[in-house]
Design a protein around this ligand. Structure first.
Ligand code: HEC
Ligand SMILES: [Cu+2]
Length: 310
């Protein structure tokens, strides 16, 4: 919608526009009502008006109650709709395909699970839920695709996720929507939505030296993870097989889920959440492992739980 200035290229575009139109209509109606009443009373009770000012209108209980309830229902209804839409847009479906995005001044680097890389471009298949796992190497950026009506800040030091289902093959604008320095305005790209078969061809043509998980396996050895986590080291460390997506009991008694964010924090800030029954002896790898290696290590750990749907 947006009256055809933008294509409805994702599954949520129509509803997002509907919500925006609803809010605009309701607030516009309130604005008109208030200004109309102001105008009417300003004219009616103007200085030289002969009107009788002694008669004071009586408030009725029924009138007060009904307008209060009507506005409450309308605005609360919009709130519930917005909150519900926000929640649905926040939680990616379990079967979504995952793509990593690393922002830096001033470009978008995209890494597909198959190892395909692109810069300032994102190829996705049509009618497939896609989850973006995004982080920044420097300052705050913001991933914005107007045709999909999705937008999310991309922060350094943590993963932000966002998901969409593209419904219309085509090429769409990608913008950085957070002022991030000199070349912010040039931090633009394209989202290319392809049919399933075109996308499969694209993946094949951009063939790589192995999937992200395959590239992560040697890193697991190089960074010394395997020394503790392979089960035959001198330090007792939890096995990472089957970890991804499963509940993890922590030493403070709480239980968390081993999602991408958890894996990231477990590697960069191991002291923050310590697995129950283990000593906090894992060293922090913050500042040691660059974002692109971290993605590969996480993909490798994911691949140790092949049976678990994400
Ligand atoms: C000195 C030994 C040691 C090294 C090296 C090490 N770890 Fe660990 N790791 C541990 C221990 C002990 C724990 C459990 C205590 C904790 O949570 O800090 C752990 C916990 C984890 C967890 C959370 C596991 C769970 O069951 O929730 C992950 C993920 C992890 N490590 C990944 C890595 C990766 C990736 C590397 C390499 C970059 C690495 N570790 C290097 C000892 C180590
Ligand atoms: Cu930016």
């Amino acid at each position: 919608m947006i009256w055809k200035l933008l294509p409805d290229a994702s599954s949520s575009a129509w509803e997002t526009d509907g919500l925006l139109a609803g809010l605009t209509l309701v607030t516009g109606a309130v604005l008109l009502l208030v200004f109309w009443l102001m105008l009417v009373y300003a004219i009616r009770y103007r200085d030289d008006s002969p009107i009788d000012r002694g008669k004071i209108a009586e408030k009725t209980f029924r009138f007060e109650i009904s307008w209060t309830i009507a506005t409450l229902v309308i605005f609360f209804g919009l709130f519930v709709w917005g909150a519900d839409l926000y929640a649905r847009l926040s939680i990616p479906p379990k079967d979504a395909d995952q793509i990593f995005v690393v922002a830096k001044q001033w470009m978008w680097k995209v890494e597909h699970p198959g190892g395909q890389k692109e810069i300032n471009a994102l190829h996705v298949p049509v009618n497939t839920p896609i989850e973006l796992v995004m982080t920044s190497e420097d300052v705050i950026h913001d991933f914005f695709v107007p045709a999909f009506r999705i937008k999310r800040d991309v922060l350094p030091g943590q993963y932000e996720t966002m998901w969409f289902t593209a419904e219309l093959p085509g090429t769409y604008h990608l913008f950085c929507a957070q002022f991030c320095g000199t070349d912010h305005a040039a931090m633009i790209g394209q989202v290319v939505v392809q049919t399933q078969s075109d996308f499969a061809n694209w993946l094949a043509q951009n063939g790589t030296s192995g999937t992200l998980a395959q590239q992560g396996a040697p890193l697991f050895i190089r960074y010394g993870c395997s020394g503790c986590h392979s089960g035959n080291g001198t330090v007792r460390a939890p096995s990472l097989a089957g970890l991804y997506g499963s509940p993890v009991p922590l030493s403070d008694g709480s239980v968390t889920t081993a999602d991408d964010r958890y894996l990231r924090d477990a590697i960069l800030q191991p002291k923050r959440q310590v697995v129950a029954g283990f000593d906090p002896v894992m060293p922090s790898f913050a500042g040691v492992i660059p974002e692109e290696d971290l993605i590969r290590l996480i993909a490798f750990i994911q691949s140790l739980s092949p049976e678990r749907p994400r």
